[in-house]
Design a protein. Structure first.
Length: 190
């Protein structure tokens, strides 16, 4: 049994058969928050374009890679373990990387070249619930087969602490609220 199983809100959050008494909303556990593009991308959303790639001049945005002027970005997952459970919440965030590291990642993707060993980068999205400095340094570490790289922040910030020590369920709910999805009222009562 996980410690969070003692929290009635957690049980409601993980019960797909439970409907919120005020609106009928249902939950089946953790859901991640992703970003369709790096914050610096000025040309609109790939999702809104109904295309696999959005290109404006030499700038290109795909689902996992982005080129914007001389800058290069890779889509990553930033893990935040959830204290009191075996689960992990993920931000689907972008990292800006050196062009040489970007092309090394590309070369490793088809499996023809050497495996991607990871690289330094900078967080390229403002994360709801975290006040992080612009260009927060990070490490990109290889993900599993077919997975995006994992992103780990550096420095003395609450994000680094959250990645190392985990976040509480209340902090997770605050993150959801900061992203425009305040589900707290829907978990308050049966």
């Amino acid at each position: 049994m996980n410690l969070l199983d003692l929290d009635a809100r957690w049980r409601r959050f993980n019960d797909p058969d439970r409907a919120c008494p005020c609106c009928g909303m249902r939950f089946s556990g953790l859901f991640d928050i992703g970003f369709d593009e790096p914050d610096a991308w000025p040309y609109g959303s790939l999702r809104d374009s109904d295309a696999e790639e959005l290109a404006v001049g030499e700038d290109k945005l795909g689902s996992d890679l982005c080129r914007l002027g001389e800058d290069r970005f890779i889509r990553c997952v930033l893990p935040l373990p959830l204290r009191g459970s075996d689960e992990t919440f993920y931000f689907g965030a972008w990292a800006q990387v050196d062009p040489a590291d970007f092309y090394a990642y590309l070369d490793a993707s088809p499996g023809d070249g050497p495996a991607f060993a990871g690289c330094p980068g900078w967080l390229a999205n403002a994360l709801p619930g975290f006040d992080v400095p612009e260009a927060l340094p990070c490490d990109l570490r290889p993900g599993g087969d077919g997975e995006c790289p994992r992103l780990y922040a550096h420095g003395d910030t609450p994000l680094v602490t959250a990645q190392a020590e985990g976040i509480s369920f209340d902090t997770l709910l605050d993150i959801y609220a900061a992203s425009g999805q305040d589900i707290r009222p829907h978990l308050a009562q049966d």
